[in-house]
Design a protein around this ligand. Structure first.
Ligand SMILES: NC(=O)c1ccc[n+]([C@@H]2O[C@H](COP(=O)([O-])OP(=O)(O)OC[C@H]3O[C@@H](n4cnc5c(N)ncnc54)[C@H](O)[C@@H]3O)[C@@H](O)[C@H]2O)c1
Length: 224
């Protein structure tokens, strides 16, 4: 197991690209798809923030299995060491863990030292948590909305899912949702304003929620 507590000295530091979960943009306005291709083609060095979490640990595993070198930055606020322990054994020398906090500049500097890409997955989820402790949630989470810029209700989402999934299994068309009581902090209507991300990051979403959902359903049905 390699747990890092200090940065590596590297000659000729590479430019580091930042990619956030979901559909997010990159720090230097490069095209997201081109970045994905670059990562796919070369033996890249990649930092995964929140790499001990659900999304992050799966990303780490995928990147390692496709020949890349991965450094996980995580403070284990909600992540689990069990998510990443097998990666040390399976990929000796190519996986390392830096226990640190994305709110700490020094930890971030150490994490990106000598690395080419950052896949940024560290976050504090849970609406109830954000209501109980908004200051911590706001400090950790991103301040850019990266949605499509349209309103969608949960009922519409269920209708789309039924429509797309029933192409693969007609029985799903008959599934009816069960409505439960509201949870504290539920947001009945929301519309994320993506102007800031467009203006400052060149964010340019290519798929509407509906188009993206259709593609995702197709991928999950064929691959899982
Ligand atoms: N799970 C999903 O289905 C899903 C879907 C779409 C987008 N996302 C987004 O992906 C991101 C990760 O979600 P997840 O489900 O993997 O959550 P998770 O809670 O499993 O993982 C988050 C990770 O970030 C770490 N972390 C939290 N605060 C940190 C800090 N200050 N410094 C360093 N590490 C910190 C946690 O310890 C944890 O390992 C979130 O932004 C989430 O909104 C998740």
């Amino acid at each position: 197991m390699c747990i890092e507590s200090s940065g590596n000295e590297t000659a000729g530091k590479p430019h580091t690209h930042l990619i956030h979960s979901g559909q997010v943009s990159v720090s230097d306005n490069n095209n997201f798809i081109m970045l994905q291709q670059n990562i796919r083609l070369s033996g890249a060095t990649v930092v995964v923030t929140g790499g001990a979490g659900f999304i992050g640990s799966n990303l780490c595993e995928h990147l390692l299995e496709t020949g890349h070198t991965v450094r996980c930055l995580d403070n284990f606020a909600t992540g689990h060491i069990e998510n990443i322990l097998p990666l040390f054994e399976k990929h000796p020398g190519r996986f390392s863990l830096l226990v640190g906090d994305i709110r700490n500049m020094e930890d971030c500097r150490k994490a990106v030292d000598g690395m080419e890409y950052v896949l940024h997955e560290a976050a504090l989820g849970s609406v109830p948590r954000s209501i109980k402790d908004p200051i911590t949630t706001n400090a950790v989470n991103q301040i850019y909305n990266t949605a499509y810029g349209e309103r969608t209700t949960l009922n519409q989402l269920v209708a789309y899912l039924k429509e797309y999934l029933s192409e693969y299994d007609p029985a799903i068309a008959a599934v009816e949702p069960v409505h439960g009581p509201n949870r504290a902090g539920d947001i009945p209507h929301s519309l994320a304003d993506v102007d800031k991300a467009k203006r400052l990051l060149g964010y340019d979403p290519q798929f509407s929620m509906r188009q993206g959902l259709k593609e995702a359903v197709k991928w999950y049905w064929n691959n899982l």
